[in-house]
Design a protein around this ligand. Structure first.
Ligand code: ARG
Length: 393
């Protein structure tokens, strides 16, 4: 029988996908699930995949590689989408797609599949990745094809086909979670006028309920990569988990955004990304000390473009690689420490130092010891203004 490798989360959609691919398409289904920090129960998930009809279920803990090769390049680039979304979901997709492709090649599958809806960004990200990595694979998106219209249609289908459905009480939200953040949509969030209800949040406390005492942290970066918190060295997974915990306790990292999807729709998304917020703010602050003005200003263009490219699903593209090459060059000297203050939902840098700092007190000071030669300013200003001399006369 022909084979399909399905990106499987274990939720209702992908569980129904397993059976549907088998019944409607007559395929042998092999599932792949990635632990990206959402907290999988591997045994349970494997069982569920097999009981839903999968012939084989692969699961892999990819947190380390996710951070190292997907998240940190975006952090170093300063990438966000529309200035607010730190791309947790968007960064995970090309990695999952890569693994699905590798398994398809290994088991000789001609098809790959995902459980994304037909109006979201994630279908685009998966399928662009599949097509860049192996254009001979054919992608199937059951949710775009099947006649199941609502969630309760899916539940009925699951019951009919003995697919295990978790008995957890109905959650009105669609939640995608990994170590870099949580994306929350649907339910009452679809009304952009309504404030996000407290129960939608998964990992941050309401800033109103956060401790009435600031928390100071010192974050040390080496060539753009975070290495230490308060002088203590951490593995990358532990470091990010620790910042999620501390940020979450202080209500840091909540985002409420009406965003422009790739497919042209505007949608209201809520994000929680405590560690990502802390690391973006501190990394940027360190760069302010180290990068020369022209590189720093040019890098802002790269940040925006990098964010768009990731959001649009173009991870595997020459443009993303070129932006990455620029970014990596800029990170060579981004080593040093930033002191961060977390207080009731606010994260701000309050101190920064680096052996590669371009900040020169003897040039900046208005006190004793000033070495800036102010006599040069007169000629400089004359030449700087030469192009516009007399322009408004
Ligand atoms: N809007 C985000 C993105 O496009 C998140 C999408 C998935 N969100 C979700 N709640 N399932 O990357």
């Amino acid at each position: 029988m022909a084979k399909v490798v399905l990106a499987y989360s274990g939720g209702l959609d992908t569980s129904v996908c397993v059976k549907w691919l088998q019944e409607e398409k007559g395929l042998d289904v092999i599932t792949f699930s990635a632990e990206l920090g959402q907290g999988l129960n591997q045994d349970e998930l494997k069982n569920k995949a097999l009981r839903s009809g999968a012939k084989k279920a692969y699961i892999e803990d990819l947190r380390e590689s996710f951070l190292k090769d997907w998240v940190f390049p975006a952090l170093m680039a300063g990438a966000s989408y529309e200035g607010k979304y730190l791309l947790a979901t968007a960064l995970g997709r090309p990695l999952i797609a890569k693994k699905v492709t590798e398994i398809a090649e290994k088991v000789g599958a001609q098809f790959v599949a995902h459980g994304c809806t037909g109006k979201g960004n994630d279908q685009v990200r998966f399928e662009l990745a599949f097509s860049a990595l192996n254009p001979s694979l054919e992608a199937i998106a059951p949710l775009r094809e099947w006649s199941l219209k609502t969630r309760s249609d899916e539940v009925d289908y699951a019951k009919e086909h003995n697919i295990p459905v978790s008995a957890t009480k109905e959650n009105p939200y669609s939640i995608d979670r990994n170590i870099w953040g949580v994306s929350i949509e649907c339910g009452e969030l679809e009304d952009p006028w309504k404030e996000v209800p407290e129960k939608a949040y998964q990992l941050t406390v309401n800033p109103q309920d956060a401790p009435d005492e600031p928390l100071y942290l010192e974050i040390y970066f080496e060539s753009g990569v975070p290495k230490k918190i308060n002088g203590k060295e951490y593995g990358i997974v532990e470091l990010v988990e620790q910042l999620n915990k501390l940020g979450g306790e202080n209500g840091v990292g909540r985002v409420d955004l009406v965003e422009n999807r790739v497919v042209g729709i505007k949608s209201r998304e809520v994000y929680e990304a405590p560690a990502a917020t802390i690391l973006h703010i501190s990394h940027r602050e360190l760069e302010n000390l180290i990068l020369d003005r022209e590189t720093a200003h040019f890098k802002e263009l790269v940040s925006q473009k990098f964010g768009e490219v990731v959001y649009y699903g173009m991870w595997y593209s020459p443009l993303r690689e070129a932006l990455d090459a620029f970014t990596r060059k800029t990170q060579e000297k981004v080593t040093g420490t930033v002191r961060i203050k977390l207080y009731r939902g606010v994260c701000e840098a309050v101190g920064r130092k680096s052996p590669n700092s371009l900040y020169d007190l003897s040039l900046a000071t208005y006190e004793e010891g000033d070495k800036f030669d102010r006599t040069l300013a007169k000629g400089f200003i004359k030449l700087w203004g030469l192009p516009f001399r007399g322009y408004k006369k």
